[in-house]
Design a protein around this ligand. Structure first.
Ligand code: HEC
Length: 201
């Protein structure tokens, strides 16, 4: 193994691993890394090979700092209503800025579908996020958001309305499974969502 390395390199590597009980194995790995790295290796790669830290250290896990409920209210419900509102008389997107607003909110919705799969700070959040049915419902919401995003990018109102229909189905399906006894705030929002939202338009 070490024959294929330059004398300087192998000495350096061996010296470093003199006291390591599994030295032989790690030296081989380090040697292989040096060999693969060749002349174009970045300083970090060479450093890694020389110190023997072949595997990079795992980053700490992502810890959510919001509850699922907070994401529901601030991101998901909010973004959902911006999308659904296009179906109200007089609210169909009229210009580039209107379509961009749909794009932005579809993007938020899709991102939130990923976030709620990480759990959250609510008492039930980790238990929910640990279930495959939760992940499937969250992903279905993200899929509908992606369809809405594509519709907005191509300024296709009909496709957006289709995506909106799929979207509301995903909210209902998950709420039925995971929050049957909690109040629903009225998912379809026959009445205006909030004053600030209305005056935003
Ligand atoms: C993956 C499952 C899931 C999906 C998908 C989902 N929700 Fe939720 N939602 C929940 C759960 C569970 C709660 C209750 C959280 C709690 O009480 O801690 C909740 C709470 C809410 C709340 C706040 C409580 C209430 O009922 O007023 C709103 C608003 C809400 N969701 C709207 C939506 C909308 C709109 C959609 C679709 C665009 C949606 N949700 C999609 C699971 C989901």
């Amino acid at each position: 193994m070490m024959l294929s390395l330059g004398a300087g390199e192998s000495n350096m590597t061996l010296r470093h691993f003199d006291f390591n009980p599994t030295g032989k194995f790690i030296v081989s790995l380090a040697g292989a890394a040096l060999l693969l790295a060749g002349c174009t290796a970045s300083p970090e790669v060479q450093q890694t090979a020389q110190t023997g830290t072949v595997a990079t250290q795992a980053a700490p896990p992502v810890v959510p700092r919001q509850s699922v409920n907070a994401l529901m209210v601030t991101m998901i419900d909010n973004a959902g209503h911006v999308l659904w509102d296009v179906e109200k008389p007089g609210f169909a997107p009229k210009n580039d800025a209107d379509w961009l607003e749909i794009e932005n909110h579809a993007t938020q919705l899709e991102a939130a579908s990923t976030l709620i799969q990480l759990g959250g700070t609510g008492p039930e959040d980790s238990a929910w996020a640990g279930q495959s049915a939760w992940k499937a419902d969250a992903k279905a919401m993200g899929d509908a958001a992606m369809a809405a995003l594509a519709a907005a990018k191509s300024k296709n109102l009909q496709a957006l309305v289709m995506a909106n229909g799929a979207l509301v189905g995903t909210c209902e399906s998950c709420h039925k499974a995971f929050k049957p006894t909690l109040p629903t705030e009225g998912l379809l929002h026959q009445s205006p969502h909030s004053e600030s939202h209305e005056t935003n338009r």
